[in-house]
Design a protein. Structure first.
Ligand SMILES: Nc1ncnc2c1ncn2[C@@H]1O[C@H](COP(=O)(O)OP(=O)(O)OP(=O)(O)O)[C@@H](O)[C@H]1O
Ligand SMILES: [Mg+2]
Lengths: 292, 349
């Protein structure tokens, strides 16, 4: 093997011997500049969040990115304040259950709408889609009244119920199930699987990338949700992280350095979720390359 | 293994009727090919046999048992799809094992059966691979393996070779035929390729617009087509059709000669002659024409002639074909003349 390598240069080696890369043209430089600007734009808020979390309160309103006297005092404060762990736990529980519920129910409904022909199918689909057009701000009042009459105020269920299924997720899954050929489903029917088994063993594995994307969306959406959890919770013990953090400081002064510290800590689970699920997205793209 | 009977089988989608009463008796172990132009209802018939489409009228029985209202899995059939329908997320072995999911075999029996099928299909080395790591022909074999593993009464194939390149098609055609000889299950095979139909079938069912045109062995449908459609559909190039009139045992070909024929019918007819049978210099002479185009095929040359009756195709020697522009008299053996009714297109007895 090694001998063969020394005798016959590989294609890469041949390319390398052509000398240094040619100077880049103007178009490429412009493309890089745009990408660079985009990158800076994305990273800036995060950089500021971390920078602020390392500042003393009196420095918070200075725009400098590097704190003059960096300190970990804020982290000590937030982590020693027992409430933060409670909010963190609440957020984890709510985001996880909601994500699981969405993966299950959105894909069930999406699959049904995509692969079954039944009277009223279109009406159901349009009804689901139309809920996408109503802003959350308009829904919170009916949700609140509903929670009040059912006694769901200030509970996990109260925070979670509006998001257990989403129109967006249903739509996304329906579209992705279109890419599962009917032949697969019919072949499975002939092989003796019932419809639920077909959905689970044949269709679901083929839409893993969509499930991963949906998981990321839903988890992040619930992790950062603010308005509804703020309205439906009363007791500090039921707060989620965003609601809890917003309460740092007192009436006269918002403690931005503490809020930013909490926010910085709370990005960690989102990174973990992303790292877990993006693997499926990449693998899904590879799998989608297999035709027929 | 079992026989299969279709009785007045029909299918409508709402108002539109796509199958108009199909009658067919398939014997145990027979290799039946459905052939016909696109949209004639081949797949629909097959899918009704499989239980994937509802039956609008008539009866399907497998092994003497009416299966109209049985679920696909209870019909003792297996189907191979045009796009293979093998699952990309499962290994070859899992794909094949999938066919055994609903069987109540013990695990070691299942393993043995999978190994046996893999052996027959020559895929023992491929069992651990994912479909993405297989060639088109190998994927098709996996699909066949999944169907075989259950040893169904009837195998259904819906154009399984149409996604393969020409060479692989010929090879798989042979493999499927060999497989049939080896396992002996009844096979219903759908194709729109008449060569596939001729080479594989015990009997061919030729369909058009939801009607069966003819059922017969490859020999029968080639040498004694029941209708002008069958005559022109089977065999390439297509059968020449010449307008003619039959009176008192004399056939007068429009734009051609008159020949004596021992035939009682009278009236307007269509005379069908295959290009293979129509030769320069053969007796009796039917028509004369000028060579407009030649297609050398090696052993033979196809010649396209302009005649008073329109374009006619004939076969000439490959070594000494007539030159372009030559005027040639074409004749054919009397056995090779097919007479059809001019209006209905049905063969005259
Ligand atoms: N779901 C459906 N609704 C309405 N008409 C249909 C439906 N499925 C099939 N048809 C019609 O039924 C007829 C027969 O279709 P079928 O798929 O059986 O044809 P085929 O012989 O298999 O053709 P091909 O060689 O193109 O596969 C066609 O005219 C088709 O348009
Ligand atoms: Mg078809």
């Amino acid at each position: 093997m090694a001998m063969a390598d020394t005798i016959r240069p590989t294609a890469a080696a041949v390319l390398e011997t052509r000398g240094p890369a040619r100077p880049r043209n103007m178009g490429q430089i412009i493309r890089w500049l745009i990408l660079f600007a985009g990158g800076v734009l994305m990273v800036m808020p995060i950089a500021y969040m971390i920078s602020t979390s390392l500042k003393w309160p009196h420095e918070v309103y200075d725009v400098n990115l590097i704190p003059k006297e960096p300190t970990l005092e804020n982290y000590t404060y937030v982590l020693e304040d027992g409430r933060f762990y409670l909010w963190f736990l609440n957020s984890i529980i709510i985001a996880t259950i909601t994500t699981a519920s969405n993966l299950l129910f959105d894909s069930l409904v999406g699959y049904t709408l995509c692969k079954f022909r039944f009277p009223g199918r279109m009406i159901v689909f349009i009804a689901i889609l139309s809920t996408l057009m109503i802003p959350t701000e308009m829904l919170v009042i009916p949700w609140y009244l509903m929670s009040q009459s059912f006694g769901w105020l200030d509970s996990y269920w109260g925070i979670m119920f509006p998001g257990l299924m989403t129109a967006f997720g249903t739509f996304l899954m329906k579209q992705f199930f279109e890419s599962v050929p009917d032949d697969f489903i019919e072949a499975a029917r002939i092989d003796g699987l019932n419809e639920l088994q077909i959905w689970w063993t044949v269709a679901m594995p083929l839409v893993k990338p969509a499930l991963a994307a949906l998981a990321i969306f839903v988890f992040l959406g619930n992790w950062t949700a603010f308005l509804w959890p703020l309205i439906v919770t009363n007791s500090v013990e039921m707060y989620t992280i965003p609601v809890g953090l917003s309460g740092f400081g007192d009436e006269a002064d918002v403690a931005w350095e503490l809020i930013m510290t909490g926010a910085a800590i709370s990005t960690i689970p989102t990174l973990v979720i992303f790292l877990i699920f993006q693997r499926f997205i990449i693998r899904g793209v590879v799998m989608a390359g297999l035709k027929g | 293994m079992a026989d299969l009977t279709l009785k007045a089988l029909s299918k409508s989608y709402g108002e539109t009727k796509v199958l108009h009463g199909i009658d067919l008796d398939v014997a145990d172990g027979e290799f039946i090919v459905f052939v016909g132009p696109s949209g004639c209802g081949k797949s629909t018939t097959l899918r009704m046999i499989a239980g994937l489409e509802e039956v609008s009228g008539g009866e399907i029985s497998i092994d003497g048992r009416v299966v109209n209202h049985l679920e696909p899995k209870d019909r003792d059939i297996a189907m191979v799809f045009q796009n293979y329908a093998i699952y990309p997320h499962m290994s070859v072995k899992k794909n094949i094992a999938f066919g055994l999911r609903s069987s109540n075999m013990s695990k070691p029996d299942k393993e043995a059966r999978i190994a046996e099928v893999a052996g027959i299909l020559d895929m023992t080395d491929l069992l651990e691979r994912k479909p993405s790591q297989l060639s088109g022909g190998q994927r098709q074999r996996v699909a066949i393996g999944r169907a075989m593993v259950r040893d169904p009464a009837v195998f259904l194939f819906d154009e399984p070779l149409s996604n393969l390149d020409a060479q692989l098609r010929t090879q798989m055609r042979l493999e499927i035929k060999k497989l049939h000889q080896r396992v002996g299950n009844t096979i219903i095979f759908v194709t729109h390729d008449q060569v596939e139909a001729m080479t594989m079938a015990d009997r061919i069912v030729i369909m058009k617009d939801g009607h069966i045109q003819q059922i017969g062995t490859p020999d029968e449908v080639y040498h004694r087509p029941d209708t002008t459609f069958v005559g022109q559909f089977i065999g390439a190039p297509s059968m020449n059709m010449l307008a003619a009139e039959l009176t008192d045992g004399v056939l007068k070909i429009e734009g051609g000669t008159e020949i004596k024929l021992a035939h009682e019918a009278t009236g307007k007819v269509l005379l069908g002659v295959r290009p293979d049978d129509l030769r320069a210099g053969a007796e009796p002479v039917l028509i004369e024409g000028q060579v407009m185009l030649r297609e050398p095929l090696g052993p033979d040359t196809l010649i396209y002639l302009e005649t008073p009756a329109g374009e006619v195709i004939a076969r000439a020697s490959g070594r000494h074909p007539p030159q372009l522009g030559d005027v040639v008299s074409l004749g054919a053996d009397e056995d090779c003349l097919h007479l059809f009714d001019a209006t209905s297109g049905v063969r005259l007895p």
